[in-house]
Design a protein around this ligand. Structure first.
Ligand code: HEM
Length: 114
């Protein structure tokens, strides 16, 4: 079980890298597939991690998880809306920046909320 949890944590960290790498470092202001799929992956892998930790009787901080879920939903909303607007030729770079910034915020919550 521990190996499985650690493997999903790796996927979770790759999702983080896809969002922040894409939004902040690579395609500033342009929504890439990596941004959109990274945001989706964070929701899926995060929820799987909660389930696996509970199944393994590991403690889960529900308040922290609730905050992370709300922030991750905001990241995904920003990424999806930015991608939709981009397809219609109405780019919204500020939404891409917001997705990257909120992902960094969620990283701070993940690491500093003890
Ligand atoms: C943009 C969205 C997200 C980012 C950037 C993010 C970031 C992170 C990071 C960096 C860690 C590793 C922290 C550490 O091990 O010290 C982590 C762990 C974790 N995240 Fe997220 N996260 C996001 C969304 C979510 C969501 C939506 C959930 C659940 C609803 C979630 C649940 C968890 C759990 C349970 C762990 C602990 C894994 C473990 O140690 O077993 N995350 N997250």
């Amino acid at each position: 079980m521990e190996l499985l949890i650690n493997l999903v944590v790796v996927l979770h960290l790759l999702g983080l890298a896809a969002i922040v790498g894409s939004a902040v470092f690579v395609a500033r202001g342009v929504p890439t597939p990596a941004l959109v799929w990274g945001a989706r992956a964070q929701l899926v892998t995060g929820l799987v991690l909660v389930g696996l930790n509970q199944a393994a009787d590991e403690p889960v901080d529900n308040t922290k998880i609730a905050v992370k879920l709300v922030v991750a939903l905001a990241v995904a909303a920003c990424a999806e809306i930015a991608a939709g607007r981009e397809r219609r030729g109405q780019g919204r770079p500020e939404l891409v920046h917001a997705a990257g910034g909120l992902a960094v915020l969620n990283t701070l919550v993940a690491v500093l909320w003890t």
